[in-house]
Design a protein around this ligand. Structure first.
Ligand code: AMP
Length: 377
């Protein structure tokens, strides 16, 4: 029988929500669908790209994220809506939220879309951040440098990702160049943190308030793009990261999976940013944890019991950026799980990843070279 809204969307008692709308149809949407199909879920993606890589796993509505007619189609054809990236225009989110169930809540997106909102919330929740100042003019940049000190990082408040829209200032002479590079849009200046490591916590909160956390992931970036994530069982920072995330999730009445990135310093954790969605640094959970970040996101928004975040072993996840190694080469590595996103090769584009899962961190460290060799010529 054809599915219609009235058949399945009948308020709080709706027992078997089945059709999930996802705003965005990239690799994160694709991995959400790969996790949800075995649960009997169906997916509709809203994405302006002609060939969004998630589309083969469901139905795609090809339109801009804030196209009112497209949003109506998405709302009418699904039971519940979620998203796979954070920079969706707020009016589209408010419109969706007024008409159907949307998770995570728009408030979380409002915070994550603007680095000043994000830092302000961290401060309110007593989560340590780098020193920072909002910057809207060259005069304000000079004042901000005096307050924050050097070195510092000038960033766009909005729409920055993978290190884009950032300028590192090392001396007073860099002020003008930084302003020339980024001025004209709303900015934030942050103190440059001399970190020992970068870690992220993948956290999940369900509609009924149940919480789950994965082992910290230790992350390495190259040219601002995540290259490698390593699961860290028993990391000394785990408890502090969970305490920060718990306060944040509860303050936002958050529902779904969230990625929380931190710098590890001699003085403990310093918050960098949150991503109100499933996160690249949690891809290792697909094979490296009992229930993945993707399945747990779906469980959380459907108010199903959360799955175990226990480790199945020690994991290392390597991103393929630009192009993929051959399948033959990747699959020749024992204990390796290969993921190709079905995207065309393009410089700087995440086109796939591989995760190595082995019995112990010791073995993982020994075998890391086999994984890394996939991206060396
Ligand atoms: P972001 O887009 O803010 O996550 O920044 C991308 C990467 O730039 C981070 O993962 C860090 O490696 C680096 N970075 C960003 N902000 C800072 C900072 N305040 N101090 C030092 N490194 C930073």
């Amino acid at each position: 029988m054809p599915h219609t809204l009235t058949e399945t969307f009948i308020g709080e008692t709706q027992p078997q929500a089945k059709r999930i709308g996802i705003i965005g149809g990239g690799q994160l949407g694709r991995m959400l669908a790969l996790a949800g199909i075995p649960l009997g879920l169906e997916f509709v993606f809203l994405d302006p790209a002609q060939e969004a890589c998630a589309a083969t796993l469901g139905t795609q509505i090809i339109a801009d994220y804030d196209d009112p007619a497209a949003l109506q189609r998405l709302i009418q054809s699904t039971d519940i809506i979620t998203l796979e990236f954070e920079n969706i225009p707020m009016p589209a989110l408010h419109l969706t939220n007024a008409q159907t169930r949307l998770f995570p809540p728009p408030k979380a997106l409002e915070v994550a879309q603007d680095r000043v909102n994000e830092k302000s919330l961290f401060a309110q929740l007593e989560i340590p951040t780098p020193a920072w100042r909002a910057v809207d003019s060259l005069a304000e940049l000079k004042k901000a440098v005096a307050h924050v000190g050097l070195p510092a990082v000038l960033k766009t408040r909005r729409l920055g990702y993978d290190g884009k829209g950032q300028y590192v200032l090392r001396g007073q002479d860099d002020i003008q160049a930084a302003w020339d590079a980024l001025g004209g849009t709303a900015l934030i200046l942050e103190g440059f943190i001399q970190f020992d490591r970068e870690v992220s916590l993948i956290a999940v909160r369900s509609r009924s308030g149940a919480l789950a956390f994965y082992a910290l992931s230790e992350n390495t970036h190259e040219a601002g793009i995540l290259k490698l994530s390593i699961s860290r069982a028993r990391d000394p920072m785990q408890g502090a990261a969970e305490a920060h995330a718990r306060r944040l999730l509860e303050a936002l009445d958050y529902v779904g999976t969230l990625g929380f990135e931190f710098f590890v310093t001699a003085n403990g954790l310093i918050a960098n940013e949150i991503a109100p969605r499933v996160h690249n640094t949690g891809h290792w959970t697909i094979e490296g944890a009992v229930c993945s970040q993707f399945e747990n996101h779906l469980r959380a928004i459907l108010d199903l019991p959360l799955g175990s975040t226990a480790l199945r072993g020690a994991s290392a996840m390597l991103n393929f950026i630009g192009d993929l190694p051959s399948r033959e080469r990747a699959l020749a590595v024992p204990d390796l799980y290969f993921h190709a996103y079905g995207k065309d090769a393009r410089a700087g584009r995440k086109v796939g990843h591989a995760t190595l899962v082995v019995a112990s961190e010791g073995e993982r460290d020994v075998r890391l070279g086999e994984l890394l060799a996939l991206v060396t010529i």
